[in-house]
Design a protein around this ligand. Structure first.
Ligand code: PHE
Length: 337
């Protein structure tokens, strides 16, 4: 064994002198210094050595290994291949675009509407999406046989003991009247549901913003003034509006607020059903029966109420022609807002 170590030492000496290039340098390391190299081979053979020889053989082998390592280390600077440098910044890579999220356009419009009303002195209230027949219909003066109670318009909740998805935000009027004392100046934004065919103009699930003002001597002129002020702020001074007599069980008299069609400028087109006008809100003076349901004395107080469809307003503001686009989550649409 000692002889073999000597022979290997001579071989190593010889090869060390031969190292004249990076390749030979690598070659040397591979021959002698790796796990399967010749020095390790001898270490492996230690098993066959008798116990009294072992300490000496072990010592010689360790010396040999140390020697080879030290010698090769000395040559490192001259022959070792430079480690390939991996740049942290690869300037040839295409840039990484950063995407930033934003509020959904419908929510943006809703926030804007709320802000205008808040500046006018309204506060915000909310009610549940799942309502009962009393708040959604009875308290709002719907006759027992009113067609809007029909299954075609309302999503009733199965076995729900008179529960339904609210068809408008008007039931929140009742909740507000019951929980606050006049004067009341409240807006009530929220999601509403109707069992309706879905098309470019209407959805089965959409948003409304309800308004309620109750005080002594509230007049229709104040209702008109409030809605005109809001509409001008929302759509600009140049938009044209009109009030059209209408009917709601919970207001009397009732009206609808129309805005001149944004698409055709009033000439008549697909969006406005060739009318030149688009309906954006229902409104009217709160019916005495409704004040009564809300536990407010209708002889002392009067009030007005209104309800805007928010998606309608959003269509007008964004110029989007199909209401369904708001809820298809197509990034190409949403990214524009
Ligand atoms: N709730 C009515 C609707 O959904 C809108 C409305 C609200 C009308 C308040 C009058 C007063 O169409």
């Amino acid at each position: 064994m000692i002889n073999e170590i000597k022979k290997l030492r001579e071989e190593i000496d010889f090869h060390l002198k031969e190292i004249a290039s990076a390749d030979l340098f690598e070659q040397f390391k591979l021959s002698y210094l790796v796990k399967k190299g010749k020095i390790q081979e001898l270490f492996d053979k230690m098993k066959t050595v008798t116990p009294d020889e072992k300490p000496l053989v072990g010592k010689e082998l360790n010396l040999l290994r140390k020697f080879a390592e030290e010698e090769i280390n000395k040559l490192k600077d001259k022959f070792a291949k430079p480690e390939t440098h991996v740049p942290e910044l690869d300037l040839t890579l295409p840039g990484r675009k950063s995407y930033h999220g934003s509020y959904h356009p419908v929510l943006q419009i809703l926030d804007e509407m709320v802000e205008i009303f808040v500046l006018m002195g309204f506060s915000v209230a909310e009610g549940p999406d799942i309502e009962d027949g009393f708040h959604n219909f009875d308290a709002l003066n719907f006759a027992a046989d009113h067609p809007a109670r029909d299954m075609q318009d309302t999503f009733f909740i199965k076995n729900g003991n008179n529960l339904l998805l609210r068809t408008h935000t008007s039931p929140v009027q009742i909740r507000v009247m019951k929980s606050q004392k006049p004067p009341i100046r409240c807006i009530m934004p929220g999601r509403v549901y109707r069992n309706e065919a879905i098309n470019a103009r209407s959805l089965a699930e959409f948003h409304q913003i309800e308004g309620l003002y109750i005080d002594k001597n509230v007049s229709f002129a104040q209702l008109k003034g409030t809605l005109m002020e809001f509409s001008r702020k929302m759509y600009g001074e140049n938009s044209k509006f009109r009030f059209r007599p209408s009917y709601f069980p919970f207001t009397e008299p009732s009206a609808e607020l129309d805005i001149s069609c944004f698409l055709c400028g009033g000439k008549g087109c697909r969006i406005c059903k060739h009318q030149g006008w688009l309906e954006i809100a229902g409104c009217g003076m709160v019916h005495p029966n409704v004040l009564h349901s809300g536990e407010i004395n209708h002889e002392e107080y009067s009030g007005f109420a209104f309800g805007f469809g928010i998606e309608r307003v959003a269509l007008l503001r964004t110029g989007i022609e199909d209401i369904r686009l708001f809820y298809e989550n197509d990034k190409r649409v949403l990214e524009q807002f």
